[in-house]
Write a protein that binds this ligand. Structure first.
Ligand code: NAP
Ligand code: GDD
Length: 334
C-alpha cells in the first residue's frame, strides 16, 4: 500500500486529492494545523479513511516528525496562504508560509528520506504580467503580488533541490481551478454564492473589483488528477495544467447570473476596495506538455463549471435556510 502525505488537506484541492488517493488505495495522511475552530468542512465525509496529523509549515520540527511517523512515498505540498489580496496585507506571513514553508518541508524530507516523491503547488500567478500568450513551462516569470513572488521562490527551491540533491521534486504550474468547494472569498465562488443568495431573497447587491481581468478557469478535480500523474512519471519535471481558454471576470459574472435567469447589471456594484494594488490582467495556459506526457485533459467546460457551482450554491443556500428555520422554530422565534 503506497503512502501519501498532503499538506493543505483542509483546502479545496487537498480535499479532492485526498479523495482521489484513497480511491486509488493509498494510505493517506493529511497535515492539519491547530485551530480553535473546526476547519474540516471539506474532508469530514472522508472519516477514518483519512489520517490527520498535526503540524504547520511554519514549524520545521513538526514536519520532520510527521515524515518520520508517516513514512510517505509521496508528499503533496498544497498548503499556502493562497488568497492574493491578503498577501499585500500579510506580506511577511505569506512569505513565511508560501515561500519558506516549501524549504522547511523539503529539508524535512531530505533529512528523513530523500527518496520521497515531492509535488509543489505552483501557480500561473508566477507569470503575472505575462510575457507571452499563451503561457507554458518556458514562459519567463513576472509575479505581481507578494503571493506570486512567494510562489516563485517555492517553485525555484523545488527545482533547486531536484538539481542539487537529485530529489524527485516536481512543480505543477496550475492555472485557476474552481469547484463548489472553492473558498467563498475567491471570485468564482463569491459570485455563485451571491447569485444563490439573491435568488433566495437574502441579498440584493454584490460588490466586486476589476471585471476586466481574464483567467483560464478549470475544474479542481481534474487538476488533482494531474498532480498525481506528475509523481508517477519516470523522472521529475515541471508541468503547466490549464484549459487553454480565457474568459473575463465580467463573463463569469454575466453567465453565473444568467444561469439563475438574472441580469448581473441589476445587482453588481464595482467597489474600489476590491481592486488590487497590481493586477494580473491576462492568463491563458498552454498545457500541451502535460497533455502529451501525462495524458492529462480537462473534462469540464467553462459553461459547465458555472452551472455546477451555481447549482451547488443554490442547494447549499436552501439547506442553510432550512436549518436556520429549524433552529428559529426550536427557539419559538418563527
Ligand atoms: P486553499 O483552499 O486556500 O487551501 C490552503 C490550505 O493551506 C488550507 O488547508 C490551509 O489550512 C493550509 N495552510 C495555510 N497555512 C498553513 C500553514 N502555515 N501550515 C499548514 N497548512 C497551512 O487553497 P487551494 O485552492 O486548495 O490551493 C491549493 C494549493 O494550490 C495552494 O498552495 C495554492 O496556492 C495553489 N494553487 C491554487 C490554485 C487554484 O486555482 N485553486 C491555482 C494554482 C495554485 P487551513 O484550513 O487551516 O487554513
Ligand atoms: N477575490 C476577488 N474578489 N477577486 C475579484 C473580485 C472580488 O471581489 N473582483 C474582481 N476580482 C478579480 C481579481 O482582481 C482577479 O483578477 C480575478 O477576479 C480572480 O481573483 P481570485 O478568484 O481571487 O483568484 P486569483 O486569480 O487572484 O488567484 C487564484 O488563482 C491563482 C492561480 O492563477 C488563487 O487560487 C491563487 O491561490 C492561485 O495561485
Amino acid at each position: 500500500m503506497k503512502r501519501a502525505l498532503i499538506t493543505g488537506v483542509t483546502g479545496q484541492d487537498g480535499s479532492y486529492l485526498a479523495e482521489l488517493l484513497i480511491q486509488k488505495g493509498y494510505r493517506v495522511y493529511g497535515l492539519i494545523r491547530r485551530s480553535s475552530t473546526v476547519p474540516t468542512e471539506r474532508i469530514y465525509h472522508l472519516g477514518d479513511s483519512l489520517n490527520l496529523v498535526s503540524g504547520d509549515l511554519l514549524d520545521e520540527k513538526s514536519l520532520r516528525q510527521i515524515i518520520e511517523e508517516c513514512q510517505p512515498d509521496e508528499v503533496y505540498n498544497l498548503a499556502a496562504q493562497s488568497f492574493v489580496p491578503e498577501s499585500w496585507t500579510q506580506s511577511i506571513l505569506t512569505g513565511e508560509i508560501t515561500a519558506l514553508g516549501v524549504t522547511r518541508l523539503l529539508n524535512a524530507i531530505r533529512d528523513v528520506n530523500p527518496q520521497v516523491r515531492f509535488y509543489q503547488a505552483s501557480t500561473s500567478e508566477m507569470f503575472g504580467k505575462a510575457q507571452t500568450v499563451p503561457q507554458d513551462e518556458k514562459t519567463p516569470f513576472y509575479p505581481r503580488s507578494p503571493y506570486g513572488v512567494s510562489k516563485l521562490y517555492g517553485h525555484w527551491i523545488t527545482v533547486n533541490y531536484r538539481e542539487s540533491y537529485g530529489m524527485f521534486a516536481c512543480s505543477g504550474i496550475l492555472f485557476n481551478h474552481e469547484s463548489p468547494r472553492r473558498g467563498r472569498e475567491f471570485l468564482t465562488r463569491k459570485v455563485t454564492y451571491a447569485v444563490a443568495r439573491i435568488v433566495a431573497g437574502l441579498q440584493n447587491e454584490l460588490r466586486l473589483g476589476n471585471l476586466d481581468a481574464q483567467r483560464d478557469w478549470g475544474y479542481a478535480p481534474d487538476y488533482v488528477e494531474g498532480m498525481w500523474r506528475m509523481l508517477q512519471q519516470e523522472s521529475p519535471e515541471d508541468y503547466v495544467l490549464a484549459t487553454g481558454e480565457t474568459h473575463s471576470v465580467r463573463e463569469w459574472v454575466d453567465k453565473s447570473f444568467a444561469v439563475a435567469g438574472l441580469d448581473y447589471k441589476d445587482y453588481v456594484v464595482v467597489d474600489p476596495r476590491f481592486v488590487r494594488p497590481a493586477e494580473v490582467d491576462l492568463l491563458i495556459g498552454d498545457s500541451g506538455k502535460a497533455r502529451k506526457q501525462l495524458g492529462w485533459n480537462p473534462t469540464v467546460t467553462f459553461d459547465e463549471l458555472i452551472e455546477i457551482m451555481v447549482e451547488a450554491d443554490e442547494a447549499l443556500v436552501q439547506e442553510q435556510e432550512a436549518s436556520q428555520h429549524a433552529i428559529a422554530a426550536l427557539r419559538g422565534i418563527r
